[in-house]
Design a protein. Structure first.
Ligand code: HEC
Ligand code: HEC
Ligand code: HEC
Ligand code: HEC
Ligand code: HEC
Ligand code: HEC
Length: 287
């Protein structure tokens, strides 16, 4: 009797463990992104020498998420940096240590210093290089390892980031000729968010493009349908074609230019751009 109860429990535990694994790998439709300051604390079993680092996630959100969350597949929840299998050890092994299994994976300190300080170094202006203490993006130890934890002064704690595909369609009042657009949001996350959300400051809710006073006009100005004319800046099509279509065309142009240069140098052609420029590459779903 006791044994069968035990068996049931074991089976249940295994089932539960299994389903949670499944859920973790299943693509999800959105994630919660923390706005505000994050204090990066290393696991408590390590002895540390420096103050923990607190940094504003918001100030950094306009950068590509992939700059920091470099292994994120853009369809699952984001894991912390010190999750098992990632950056687990505190310090790099001394060069004399016997190579271990996880040798190639960088230590916590190595990873953060490379990602954080690495980018900050690249940001240094000529003036800041001479006086690194003044750098807006700190490079000196005390700039990051400070005792002062900044105040959280943001109106929101987090926002919901839609992943995966979203369907973009014309406003109801518009007269449409084309199919709607199936837009893979997540596949664009290696671009800076502000490439498209150009008015976003990193610490407020993101508004849709066709929000009132943004690109909320369903029809072009009576004087001209030309989207390059400043009178049409609020026309929704201006926003979409000038941002989406334009970038895709630029990428195609770049690819052609590189192909020509490479051909003249006897090198293989560059990788083909995956950003569609044919109308049907974007306009391909029913509303
Ligand atoms: C400058 C580096 C940097 C950039 C850029 C960045 N993040 Fe983060 N993010 C972090 C760090 C560091 C943490 C804290 C991780 C930890 O505690 O292990 C974090 C935490 C998170 C978490 C919480 C993870 C958890 O453990 O619960 C989410 C979600 C997240 N970031 C999403 C994003 C998204 C989406 C973007 C792009 C819009 C982004 N981040 C851009 C550095 C960054
Ligand atoms: C892609 C470039 C980039 C990366 C990666 C990056 N930073 Fe920054 N960071 C900046 C820039 C630019 C500023 C200056 C922002 C401003 O104008 O105030 C900054 C500012 C800061 C500041 C000063 C004030 C503030 O806004 O919080 C701290 C502290 C900081 N970063 C810590 C970090 C930490 C910790 C990491 C790694 C988890 C990191 N940064 C990764 C570019 C970067
Ligand atoms: C751009 C931000 C940044 C700068 C500049 C920086 N660090 Fe760090 N450092 C971090 C982060 C983030 C961690 C990992 C998380 C933590 O310790 O809070 C870390 C971890 C460490 C650790 C291991 C943890 C501990 O407290 O013992 C040491 C030691 C360290 N840093 C020393 C330094 C020294 C020395 C300098 C100056 C030469 C420096 N750091 C400059 C961001 C920075
Ligand atoms: C990079 C993606 C992309 C490409 C390529 C693209 N469009 Fe669009 N287009 C959009 C988006 C996004 C909208 C706004 C949402 C909507 O109306 O479905 C739009 C809207 C339109 C509209 C207004 C709405 C309608 O259905 O009448 C027309 C007309 C249009 N596009 C024509 C074209 C033509 C013609 C081409 C090829 C020469 C083209 N588009 C190529 C993304 C694209
Ligand atoms: C290539 C352009 C592009 C990039 C890059 C991009 N987005 Fe978007 N995003 C869109 C479009 C288009 C929509 C749909 C807007 C609408 O419905 O009006 C959207 C919607 C959103 C929404 C939902 C807004 C609402 O109306 O509720 C959020 C939140 C968002 N994006 C956050 C981000 C963040 C954070 C990043 C950076 C990781 C990012 N986006 C990168 C184009 C982009
Ligand atoms: C800054 C450049 C840039 C902008 C802006 C941009 N894209 Fe893209 N787009 C890309 C790149 C690069 C890819 C290829 C991504 C990949 O490698 O999967 C892509 C891929 C796509 C695809 C995938 C086609 C497929 O199924 O293979 C669609 C659809 C698309 N973009 C539509 C849009 C729409 C709609 C917008 C505007 C809301 C937009 N893009 C804005 C660069 C851009």
């Amino acid at each position: 009797m006791k044994r069968s109860v035990l068996l049931i429990i074991i089976t249940l535990v295994m089932l539960l463990a299994n389903t949670s694994l499944l859920i973790a790998r299943e693509p999800i439709s959105s994630i919660e992104v923390p706005v505000k300051d994050i204090t990066i604390t290393v696991p408590s079993h390590f002895t540390t020498k420096k103050e923990p680092v607190s940094f504003s996630h918001s100030t950094h959100l306009p950068y590509s998420c992939i700059d920091c969350h470099h292994n994120w597949d853009r369809v699952s929840p984001i894991q912390g940096c010190m999750t098992s299998g990632c950056h687990e050890k505190l310090m790099p092994s001394p060069p004399t240590a016997t190579p271990s299994k996880g040798k190639k994976v960088m230590s916590i300190t190595g990873a953060y210093h490379k990602a954080c300080r690495g980018c900050h170094r690249e940001q240094l202006s000529e003036k800041e290089r001479k006086n690194p203490k003044e750098a807006a993006a700190p490079v000196e130890c005390a700039g990051c390892h400070t005792n002062t934890i900044p105040e959280n002064e943001y109106a929101i704690e987090s926002f919901t980031l839609p992943l995966g595909d979203m369907i973009l369609s014309a406003p109801e009042e518009a007269y449409t000729k084309r199919l709607a657009v199936n837009f893979p949001h997540g596949r664009h996350f290696d671009q800076e968010c502000q490439t498209c959300h150009h008015d976003w400051d990193g610490d407020s809710e993101i508004e849709g493009c066709m929000t009132a006073d943004c690109h909320d006009q369903a029809l072009p100005d009576e004087s001209t349908g030309d989207i390059n004319d400043p009178v049409n800046v609020q026309y929704y099509l201006t926003a979409y074609h000038k941002v989406c279509y334009q970038c895709h065309k630029d990428l195609k142009k770049q690819e052609k230019r590189l192909t020509k240069i490479n051909m003249e140098a006897g090198k293989p052609a560059p990788a083909e751009s995956k950003a569609p420029v044919k109308c049907g590459g974007c306009h391909n779903v029913e509303n």
